[in-house]
Ligand binder design. Structure first.
Ligand SMILES: [Ca+2]
Ligand SMILES: [Ca+2]
Ligand SMILES: [Ca+2]
Ligand SMILES: [Ca+2]
Length: 419
């Protein structure tokens, strides 16, 4: 009860703090009125220079509507690429790249031996084995060569929604996020992806021939939705943290430095439907902390502070809305990055219901625990933000934000006016 009261008081005081300073400060971003069309329902967005001209490009995963799996086309199956022209202008790369159905998450990594960065996509509603797609960037030929990464799903269960006849509504394994890194130090990039429908984390080891070997599965009960791969306990080995969307938990798997990961802890995420997780040292004590957003009516962001030894006993809840039982914001995506170059990690979230991006600028550690944030709201007149990415789009030295908008099916730009 006492802990609850403390959290409540911190929450209330943060709310008052936001209100009191919101109009006293200049705004970090200017919103560009022009938006850039992409495919239907873009649900992931990344920023990366794909064509080696030092101008960042923008890639979106355009999932479309999720239809019955027995349909010929149960979702859309494309990526859009916006090639940066400089001065925050973009032209669309044609044709769109074909993925599995409902592309849901994108990673950029160099997969082949050719130096240009490649694109890796995880698809949620994929059928006929098109769960993971790699697009090799053959920039010298101006093409992206598709490579299908097959993961054998025999033996995997289905644990999510069923229709009135007991048939699965979604596909198995239902990939929702991915990270591409060399996790075992053998020099080849590996893929780790959450498989929400099947309660596993998929691990596809990189290898020299055919790029990827046979997938392995790490048990992850509770609906794994998003993951990050970071050394959380400072022992030099990468660990995994994932949100568990259906059990309202956060779980951590300790890495061995090799290919094995062991679940060492899971704890309630202090909100319902924990969706995105990012890892950053929020309070500047040298230990990476966890930032988790919730999609339910909580409309909350919770920061879990790292005690070391895989413990996260202190947490701070930030409520965006006024009512816990009303979906006012619907937080869909999260970036954690220093937006004003003051050495402190800031937060930006894409909020579909509110039609806005909320920016929380990390101000200072408060004496009674937690961090004070200065809040800014950026509302889009058309379109609902579903995904967000940060990157210095125009070489100003400050991080801009690219926002994937539903309804208008376009990318909007928030330009950091920095300095
Ligand atoms: Ca470029
Ligand atoms: Ca570790
Ligand atoms: Ca910390
Ligand atoms: Ca900052």
């Amino acid at each position: 009860m006492r802990r609850f009261l403390t959290c409540f008081i911190i929450g209330l005081s943060l709310l008052l703090f936001f209100e009191s300073v919101a109009w006293a400060q200049s705004r970090t971003f200017s919103s560009r009125s022009r938006v850039f069309p992409v495919g239907p329902n873009p649900c992931a967005i990344v920023i990366h220079d794909l064509n080696d001209d030092d101008i960042p490009d923008i890639i979106t995963a355009d999932r479309g509507e999720l239809l019955d799996m027995r349909e010929e086309r149960p979702a859309n199956d494309e990526l859009s690429i916006l090639i940066g022209q400089g001065n925050l202008e973009y032209t669309k790369h044609h044709p769109s790249l074909k993925t599995g159905f409902a592309p849901y998450a994108i990673a950029i990594a160099n997969i082949d031996a050719i130096r240009w960065p490649d694109i890796i996509v995880a698809s949620f509603h994929a059928v006929r084995g098109r769960h993971l797609n790699v697009f090799l960037n053959l920039h010298h030929e101006n093409i992206f060569q598709p490579v299908n990464v097959d993961i054998a799903t025999e033996g995997l269960g289905y644990y999510r929604h069923v229709d009135s006849e007991g048939n699965p509504v979604f596909n198995t394994p239902g990939l929702t996020s991915l990270v591409v890194r060399d996790i075992d130090g053998d020099g080849y990039r590996d893929i780790l992806a959450t498989a929400w429908s099947s309660d596993v984390i998929v691990h596809v080891p990189g290898q020299s021939e055919d790029f990827f070997g046979e997938a392995r599965f790490i048990p992850a009960s509770g609906g794994p939705r998003d993951l990050q791969v970071v050394d959380l306990n400072g022992n030099g080995h990468l660990d995994i943290v994932a949100t568990l969307y259906n059990s309202n938990e956060v779980a951590i798997w300790q890495g061995s430095g090799g290919r094995t990961f062991t679940e060492v802890t899971r704890f309630l995420s202090r909100g319902r439907l924990p969706n995105k997780v990012r890892v950053a040292d929020m309070n500047g004590n040298g230990r990476p902390d966890l930032v988790v957003t919730h999609r339910h009516t909580d409309d909350s962001i919770v920061i879990f502070y790292n005690d070391g030894n895989m413990r996260f006993s202190a947490s701070q809840e930030i409520l965006l809305g006024e009512h816990r039982d009303v979906l006012e914001y619907d937080i869909r995506d999260l970036v954690v990055v220093d937006l004003n170059n003051n050495g402190r990690q800031d937060i930006a979230v894409a909020c579909a219901a509110a039609g806005s991006v909320v920016v929380l600028l990390n101000q200072a550690n408060r004496e009674n625990g937690g961090i004070a944030y200065r809040r800014e709201n950026y509302t889009f007149s058309d379109g609902k933000p579903h995904a967000i990415a940060a990157g210095d789009l125009n070489g100003s030295g400050y991080q801009d934000l690219a926002v994937a908008l539903w309804e208008v099916n376009a990318v909007g730009i928030l330009h950091n006016q920095g300095g």
